[in-house]
Design a protein. Sequence first.
Length: 464
Amino acid sequence: MSVDDTSDTRHDARTEPDPPTRSGPPATWSGLRPLLLRLHFYAGVFVAPFLVVAALSGLLYVFTPQLDEAVYHDIVHVPDQSTSVPLAEQVDAGMAARPGDDLLAVRPAPTGTDATQVIFEAPDLPASYRRTAFVDPHTAEVTGVLETYGSGQALPIRAWVDNLHRGLHLGDAGRLYSELAASWLWVVALGGVVLWLSKRRRRTLLRPEPGATGRRRVLTWHGATGLWVAVGLVFLSATGLTWSQHAGANITDVRSALSWETPAVSTALPESAMPGPDVGLDRVVAVARDHGVVGEIEVVGPAMPGEAYVVQQVGRQWPSQQDSVAIDPATAQVVETLRFEDYPLMAKLARWGIDAHMGLLFGWVNQLVLVALGTGLLSVIFWGYRMWWLRRPRRDGASAFGKPPERGAWRRVPGKVLAPLVVLLAFVAYFVPLLGVSLLAFWAWDALLGWRARRSKVRQEAGS
């Protein structure tokens, strides 16, 4: 988020004295603050470009529901009529459009102006992609066939932007960029908040400092804006990590160990169930709706004898509709019910967090919040680089880059604080591997700069 958060040296010396002999929390903070500042600086310089890509692609993703509606309107929507054909007939029409494909699921039209989605497996497409035939529920006419993506049945434009945001269309290797950005976003945001609050004894917190000029004016815009968006950025970081390759796998393991997984109804029929002819999709859907599974639903048929139909709500807006039932295909009896209200709390939070991250939970309000967060992040990054630029030496022959905060601050941190801090960093790095690897890279780079500085000093002393 930031590439620099230092203020004028003389001002800092007046407002926050740091006598070497002082003990206690102030002395501890006088050692920790430069350390945090240098880490904030390195993260801003090297990680901010990844955050820019994530923010720009995320902003584009926010508007994909409207783009899909505009581009694919004639496929996903139909003229409303007073009558409809049976769902089984609609599915037959969809299967006729894709002969030889394996039926995966069906999403009946939730309203009279929506098309029914007949979803097929697509082994010829990348993972998580499906092929979907859209069928007019009133006439059983196929309005089109599209490639769809994920559990949300994203249409092609949204699917393309989703994969751009997730991995730049580079496969698993590309996903490392988004995981690196998500791994550091919460660190940079929280570190920036701590740095901003620790130095604002004579300045406003939530708005830029009136009358400030030059670099100090940029700093106050950077800090105040960062404070406003910090909570949202931490939320985006945490929810984004759940989709990542390495940290996401660790999060999944933790959820499994603590029984925080999202539950699902069993497809296995009870031993007492008697075999018989299939009652059909129309009967199954009617029973599910009578059982309270209403709105947008998905029906998955039995994969083999002895299994049940599963009918689940797929609405992603608030209030969440994720109820599901298992139904005996021979008797149309509900054999198991799972209500969203019975989900474990962490499973509910995961569902809400993911849907809010995607801009789905609260509709257009959710979209506006994401736009504000993305724009705020881009602005804070711009102001961070701007401060770095303004700190560059002005004399001839000097480096074109701004001077980083002083190094070696860790030596001033008391051992009783530094030791648990190192243990904490190791623990976090284990669960967020790209954070740990990049942190080691920053340390190695910093050590190299220190070695070069010492070598240059020795040469100068030898020459004199």
